[in-house]
Design a protein around this ligand. Structure first.
Ligand SMILES: *[C@@H]1O[C@H](CO)[C@@H](O)[C@H](O)[C@H]1NC(C)=O
Ligand SMILES: *[C@@H]1O[C@H](CO)[C@@H](O)[C@H](O)[C@H]1NC(C)=O
Ligand SMILES: *[C@@H]1O[C@H](CO)[C@@H](O)[C@H](O)[C@H]1NC(C)=O
Ligand SMILES: *[C@@H]1O[C@H](CO)[C@@H](O)[C@H](O)[C@H]1NC(C)=O
Length: 337
């Protein structure tokens, strides 16, 4: 046994050395190909928002989606008063689906911290069995005049995470990713006032990096002035970045491979709905409730308030882990006898 263990250790060291093997780029989405690679979702909002998601031709004709300054633009209707079917907006979903990997998005502008808005950059699986059993990873999300990002996972029953390893100051709201029949999930509240909404836009945004492995799902935010050199150079190495703003550890509490697979990547901006527009959330927010009695009243009557409710994305890149980096099977079985 001892003999065989030392061969295993030797083989591992030989294969991977001291340095970790690098992630390799598999997909780049930018202004040149984004709208060929992402579909416009035109169904009704599953979270009951006051929104009308439009198709590509409509979005294009009304300047709700396109390219601007070499970046991907996704916006909302900022002129119509009392839109009959909800305020027009877009939701774009990747045609490609992913399981594990490193997801790096460079965002120059995101929807501002405006009462009524609920923007999100997130991933989820809607194959079979679908939500929440294939998991959901919320990378950038918030509502109303929120100033700091919230990262959340949603899963079927049986996935409870710990968040040790997250940056100091990040607060785990609850570890059960199926809380509230998965509607609440396991969220981490961050306390960085540059990582969301107005504060994010004030610094021309930055880069969000999400590492999804069998062991953990971790989210880093880098302000534009502090994007690591390895990301700028296209050879990202998460091991060099220090603690993430939110780290969700699997392990005993959650088998990540069972609870997360086959994810699309999505950008959406909705209004009101189950979170932003919930009567308790709206009425307990002094700034928002001073604007109108309900979220829908505000969103419906004040199109100009949503002038800055747009995404401007420089690129989204997906990297895959070195094959079998963490797998023991790479050691020839003959050595185990
Ligand atoms: C928008 O994204 C969030 C991700 O957190 C999701 O929960 C919500 O259902 C989405 N809403 C719409 C309207 O697409
Ligand atoms: C989290 O805590 C567990 C249990 O104490 C430990 O095994 C693990 O290494 C920690 N992970 C990080 C990333 O700190
Ligand atoms: C985080 O908090 C721990 C415990 O309070 C402290 O020892 C550590 O220095 C802090 N780290 C940073 C980066 O602030
Ligand atoms: C990775 O491991 C799987 C089985 O776990 C194997 O089928 C595959 O060939 C391996 N890939 C490489 C590149 O070694």
């Amino acid at each position: 046994m001892r003999y065989s263990a030392s061969i295993v250790a030797g083989a591992t060291a030989l294969l991977f050395g001291g340095a970790r093997a690098q992630y390799s780029l598999t997909n780049t989405y930018d202004a040149s190909n984004f709208f060929d690679s992402f579909n416009f979702f035109t169904g009704s909002d599953p979270t009951h928002g006051f929104v009308e998601y439009v198709d590509g031709p409509t979005a294009s004709a009304e300047n709700l989606a396109g390219t601007v300054d070499g970046a991907i633009f996704m916006g909302v209707d900022k002129t119509t008063v009392n839109p009959p079917n909800g305020r027009r907006s877009v939701r774009l979903e990747s045609r490609d689906t992913f399981t594990k990997g490193l997801f790096i998005v460079d965002v120059a502008h995101m929807p501002a911290s405006e009462c009524g808005a609920w923007p999100a950059f997130w991933m989820f699986g809607d194959g079979s069995p679908g939500w929440p059993y294939q998991g959901e990873i919320d990378i950038i999300e918030g509502v109303n005049n929120q100033v700091s990002n919230i990262n959340t996972l949603h899963t079927g029953p049986g996935c409870s995470i710990a968040n040790n390893g997250s940056t100091n100051g990040t607060h785990l709201e609850g570890g059960d990713c199926n809380a509230g029949n998965a509607n609440i999930g396991c969220g981490q509240q961050t306390y960085n006032n540059q990582n969301y909404g107005d504060g994010f836009n004030d610094i021309q945004g930055g880069v969000y990096a999400t590492e999804w492995t069998s062991d953990h799902i971790a989210v880093w935010f880098f302000p534009r002035a502090a994007i690591p050199q390895d990301i700028l150079a296209g050879v990202p190495n998460p091991a060099s970045w220090g603690p993430p703003q939110a780290r969700f550890n699997g392990g005993q509490g959650c088998n990540i491979d069972e609870h997360f697979y086959g994810h699309k990547i999505i950008f959406n901006t909705t209004f009101c709905g189950d979170w932003a527009g919930s009567p308790e959330v709206w009425s307990s927010n002094p700034e928002c409730s001073a604007k109108a009695a309900t979220c829908i009243d505000h969103v419906s009557n004040n199109p100009g308030a949503f002038e800055d409710a747009f995404w401007k994305v420089n690129y989204l890149k997906v990297f895959s882990a070195p094959a079998n980096q963490t797998k023991r099977e790479v050691v020839p079985t003959a050595f185990r006898a």
